[in-house]
Design a binder for this molecule. Sequence first.
Ligand SMILES: NC(=O)c1ccc[n+]([C@@H]2O[C@H](COP(=O)([O-])OP(=O)(O)OC[C@H]3O[C@@H](n4cnc5c(N)ncnc54)[C@H](O)[C@@H]3O)[C@@H](O)[C@H]2O)c1
Length: 324
Amino acid sequence: MKILVTGGAGFIGSNFIFYLLKNHPEDEIICLDALTYAGNRATLSAIENQENFHFYLADITDAQAVKNLFEIEKPDIVVNFAAESHVDRSITDPGLFLKTNILGTQILMDNCREFGIRRFHQVSTDEVYGDLPLDRPDLLFTEKTPLHTSSPYSASKASADLLVMAYYRTYHLPVTISRCSNNYGPYQFPEKLIPLMILRALNNEPLPVYGDGKNIRDWLFVEDHCSAIDCIFRHGKEGEIYNIGGNNEKSNLEVVQTIIDILGKGKITFVEDRKGHDRRYAINAAKIKNTLGWVPATDFIKGLTKTIQWYVENNIWWGPILKK
Ligand SMILES: NC(=O)c1ccc[n+]([C@@H]2O[C@H](COP(=O)([O-])OP(=O)(O)OC[C@H]3O[C@@H](n4cnc5c(N)ncnc54)[C@H](O)[C@@H]3O)[C@@H](O)[C@H]2O)c1
């Protein structure tokens, strides 16, 4: 099977490519990535010469470039990770988020229609559901929770999800969507909470926490997200949406304190809250468990310890990023 992975030089996309090469060596992997600030070719250097891996430098919003790639490679499966992914950046530059996350998805799906594929899988986020109150731990997002977005980022992802379902209904494009909670693990760009805090602590800098730090997120180790997507595009039903979660709700403060405890250093400082900051995300992942048998495998403390260890040992990866 030939699998096109877009955004494969980013955090989750690269981990997904490593997961596929390890667990399905019979598959051929094509990576398409525009190498924005979040994409890093060095992440893929260990697999660059593997026969069943090919990299294309291209932008998913460039219709001609995407068409050329489809003409040459004729992928069987497309898994779309390519996106602008940082909420704070979407607040300062919403236009880029709409272009990449919505228009880019449309261009990919138009090519999927033209060339024929077995599955188009859209990697989405739990942020499309908006947020939940802190005092109602009984409430969780299910796949039927109405979309209720807060940031230009989540609005662009929700719009793409609607478009994906429209292509399923209108053109019978064989699609699936996954909506996942916050990921952590190796190769995450150090603007996101966990790597940012690890690197600041390692560099003896204060650890900036938004607002009162009580905002709650559900955390999933990236390898578990990869195994869930693998399971969905191979065994999931066309036209279905699957929530993916880690059963790991933690406040930002708890996460940062745990990093300090594991590293044995770091000092928290509270900073002005993010505009429109969502209070709580919590996933009900019963559908993927009951229909596909997928459950997360990694305990939060083990996953976090592994992640911290990776950053401690891989200055060679993050050093040049921090210098930029
Ligand atoms: N990180 C999380 O916690 C999380 C949680 C749920 C869902 N998601 C979703 O998963 C996907 C991947 O997230 P991530 O954290 O790995 O993001 P990331 O920012 O680390 O990586 C994004 C990748 O997409 C590439 N890219 C951006 N614009 C592009 C374009 N126009 N054409 C081609 N490539 C382009 C970048 O170069 C980069 O390699 C995103 O769609 C995101 O919405 C992320």
